[in-house]
Design a protein around this ligand. Structure first.
Ligand code: GLY
Ligand code: MN
Ligand code: MN
Length: 481
């Protein structure tokens, strides 16, 4: 018999033990607190379609999608839980209803598959779990949905997580998403190749967003837009003392928590030359008027879709001539990139369109050792000294969405209606880069928008956030007036 890894421990060290009399006393005299009027969530019909699409690829096979479990941050405190994206995609369960250790099972049936959601439902008052389990007890973590409430809201038959082991005893052909929940990993026999393929299939299904997903992404982007306004309003405070980048970061986090679930990824608030560090998330630098601040931030909404937006903004609201030159070049590269987003275009087309503008701009500035044309040859790429990352990626439940899709359907594939991607060229002139005159050194600019591929071209979902250099200046002026 396989040894099942232990789920979360019930009680931790420093809790004061309860005697039997107290436990008995606590088990009684609680009113019924079931929720009435639980309505089916809007996502129900979309999630059912998604499940039937993946099920159709695996007739007769049991499919297991774990949500994941707790992850210790320090001793007995955990990171905030976030469900695995494949689980979120196939159930539609939003962050505030998601319970760690949940598992979605698609069980083969005569018609296809039946869906079962294994969860740890709300703790009954007559068990010690209620008051003594700091990971599941309602006294500790608050109310969760009951099994009935979950069924009512998400339209999936619910079973208690403790019965998953029973299901596993019937070892019919089963494929599971691995590395998410050690219990699932140990309960079902591993099929490395076929399970890797299942992971790819899910990622590939997620390439094309349904109507619900597009609306949720738009919601995430609209909240992110308000978060950018909050950050600009915080510029004077940020510039007035030490570690102003943290003030900017915190301003955005407030908006993410107020209107969304979380950040989709750690905010990059990179003032001055920090903008040239692509993943600057320390954010412990000062914010100085006269410099630019590159901010890459995205709100994740309750349904766990995230925005991914970058703006590079003059802290005092005015670009210097050198800043404006680099900014305008990135702006034009991004315009060219967005122009190239249309159904049928090769994935690389928007990247190359943006790179062509950048290479030509750098040639004009006089920093390329060869012509732009020569630099653009695949084995040359001298312009890439100042722009090392690719120009975009898919966006959805994960900020770098669908990363497990096969090359032929993503990086070597074509854009299709319903895909959502980022277009995010940048130029980064390191502070010690002798190729540029001193006044340019330390300037880093990225402009990142979120773009939906439509039937005839594209729609920039984040177009309400100013990016034209003049509009950026007006934006700051209006907010700081
Ligand atoms: N924020 C990560 C990215 O832009 O890809
Ligand atoms: Mn991005
Ligand atoms: Mn980004």
């Amino acid at each position: 018999m396989t040894k099942i890894p232990h789920r979360a421990p019930a009680t931790q060290g420093h809790d004061i033990p309860k005697g039997e009399a107290l436990a008995e006393f606590m088990a009684k005299n609680w009113a019924d607190s079931a929720l009435d009027n639980v309505k089916a969530a809007e996502v129900v019909k979309y999630a059912a379609v998604r499940r039937s699409k993946i099920g159709a690829l695996y007739p007769g096979v049991r499919l297991v999608f774990p949500a994941g479990t707790f992850k210790v941050r320090s001793n007995d405190t955990d990171y905030k839980f976030r469900a695995h994206s494949a689980f979120a995609y196939l159930t539609g369960i939003v962050a505030s209803d998601c319970v760690p250790d949940s598992v979605l099972v698609l069980e083969p049936s005569r018609k296809g598959h039946d869906a079962y959601l294994y969860i740890h439902p709300r703790s009954p008052r007559n068990t010690s779990e209620f008051h003594s389990d700091r990971r599941h007890g309602e006294f500790w973590v608050g109310r969760r949905l009951s099994a009935e409430e979950t069924e009512g809201r998400y339209g999936i038959t619910v079973r208690h997580i403790d019965t998953l082991q029973e299901l596993a005893q019937n070892q019919i052909g089963t494929l599971a998403i691995r590395g998410v929940d050690p219990v699932v990993d140990s309960l079902f026999e591993k099929h490395k190749k076929r399970e890797a393929r299942l992971t790819e299939e899910i990622a590939e299904l997620r390439l094309i967003k349904d109507k619900y997903e597009i609306a949720e992404l738009q919601k995430a982007i609209d909240i992110t837009a308000r978060g950018f306004n909050d950050m600009i309003r915080a510029f004077p405070a940020a510039a007035s003392g030490k570690r102003g980048e943290r003030i900017v970061e915190a301003a955005f986090y407030g908006r993410a928590r107020l209107e969304g679930n979380e950040l989709g990824y750690d905010t990059i608030a990179a003032a001055g030359a920090h903008a040239c560090v692509l993943h600057w998330i320390k954010n412990d630098g000062d914010v100085r008027p006269g410099e630019l601040i590159l901010i890459d931030a995205g709100v994740e909404v309750e349904s766990m879709y995230t925005a991914d937006i970058t703006r590079t903004i003059p802290i005092n609201g005015k670009f210097s001539p050198e800043q404006l030159k680099i900014y305008t070049l990135v702006y034009e590269a991004q315009r060219a990139g967005i122009e190239a987003v249309k159904p049928g275009a090769h994935w690389n087309a928007f990247h190359f369109a943006a790179m062509e503008v950048i290479a030509k701009g750098l040639e004009k500035i006089g920093v390329l050792p060869v012509s732009a044309q020569e630099s653009l040859a695949p084995d040359a790429g001298f312009h890439r000294r100042w722009t090392v990352h690719s120009t975009g990626h898919m966006l959805g439940l994960d900020v770098h969405d669908c990363a497990q899709a096969r090359r032929e359907s993503y990086y070597d594939g074509e854009l299709k209606e319903g895909m959502v991607l980022t277009v995010e060229p940048g130029i980064y002139i390191q502070p010690d880069d002798l190729m540029f005159p001193p006044e340019y050194r330390g300037i880093g600019v990225r402009i990142e928008d979120d773009v939906l591929v439509t039937k005839s071209g594209s729609k920039v979902l984040s177009k309400a956030i100013p990016s034209h250099p003049h509009e950026v200046e007006v934006w700051v002026e209006n907010l700081l007036r």
